[in-house]
Design a protein around this ligand. Structure first.
Ligand SMILES: CC(C)(COP(=O)(O)OP(=O)(O)OC[C@H]1O[C@@H](n2cnc3c(N)ncnc32)[C@H](O)[C@@H]1OP(=O)(O)O)[C@@H](O)C(=O)NCCC(=O)NCCS
Length: 237
């Protein structure tokens, strides 16, 4: 996946952002934190992603990844590889170890960028659509970087949605990029619920594709009701 390694000078696991937002059962404001995903919570994170992300993210849901045994195994393996890079982040509420949200961050390097082949047909369709947009973006050349920060999934637990958690998970990329020495972060945001928070923290549209166009190109995502899927970039100086 990458030749990149987290600098040993950057403490791990480290808290990147703390913020206040509504509690889960009341309107009281409580403290949350976005921190590195600890090694001993990786399997819990994968369980969360299988349960909530594969079911609720529009592209994964459209091609039925949550009920596709190959996709469940291949995604779990991908998330283990991603977590081993030690840049994935988790959100916790103060005083609780329940996973509130996750961003399965990963560093992609030009030196050993490769294209994946999956057994799951649905997962391959999603990946190929993504790679098509990445090729159009030509990121390594455009931004003159060797590595950039990307992600294999942004997810907030259903009972914590709508209180700004995704926005803060995305904002945490700013101190992360600065600390580990990355200037560019790029992610495919598949619907307004993630595109709006991304734009709020500083991402801009890199490549915008309509689901209609993707279908015409052979990437079918039946039942997706919104119009656009966006590859978005943030440059962190
Ligand atoms: C998408 C997701 C991560 C958002 O998490 P969240 O913590 O509720 O997000 P936030 O509260 O930070 O912000 C969401 C923003 O999008 C808006 N929004 C959410 N769903 C929307 C929709 N379907 N259409 C338009 N706007 C929407 C909200 O109003 C909010 O904007 P506002 O703060 O200006 O009101 C969460 O719903 C989720 O985990 N979904 C399933 C997995 C997924 O789709 N991940 C993203 C894939 S790229």
């Amino acid at each position: 996946m990458s030749s990149w390694q987290r600098p040993t000078s950057v403490e791990y696991p480290r808290v990147w952002i703390t913020f206040r937002a509504r509690d889960v059962d009341s309107d009281e404001l409580v403290e949350y934190r976005v921190q590195d995903l600890p090694g001993d919570r990786v399997e819990d994170a994968i369980a969360h992603m299988k349960t909530f992300f594969l079911r609720d993210e529009p592209m994964c849901s459209s091609v039925g990844l949550y009920r596709d045994p190959d996709a469940l195994d291949e995604f779990a393996e991908m998330w283990r590889t991603v977590a081993a890079q030690k840049v994935a982040v988790v959100c916790f509420r103060a005083g609780s170890d329940e996973i509130v949200g996750l961003n399965m961050l990963t560093v992609v390097s030009q030196a050993n960028a490769k294209e994946y082949k999956f057994k799951s047909v649905g997962m391959q369709t999603m990946y190929d659509a993504y790679v098509g947009m990445l090729k159009q973006a030509n990121l390594f050349e455009k931004y003159a970087v060797e590595d950039y920060l990307s992600a294999w999934g942004l997810s907030v637990s259903p009972r914590f949605r709508g209180r700004g958690i995704a926005t803060e998970l995305l904002r945490a990329r700013i101190p992360i990029c600065r600390a580990v020495g990355l200037r560019v972060t790029v992610t495919l945001f598949s619907h307004p619920g993630s595109q709006i928070p991304a734009a709020k923290v500083g991402f801009f549209d890199e490549i915008v594709a309509s689901f209609k166009q993707l279908a015409e190109d052979g990437y079918l995502f039946p039942g997706v009701t919104h119009e656009l899927c966006k590859l978005m970039t943030m440059v962190v100086e």
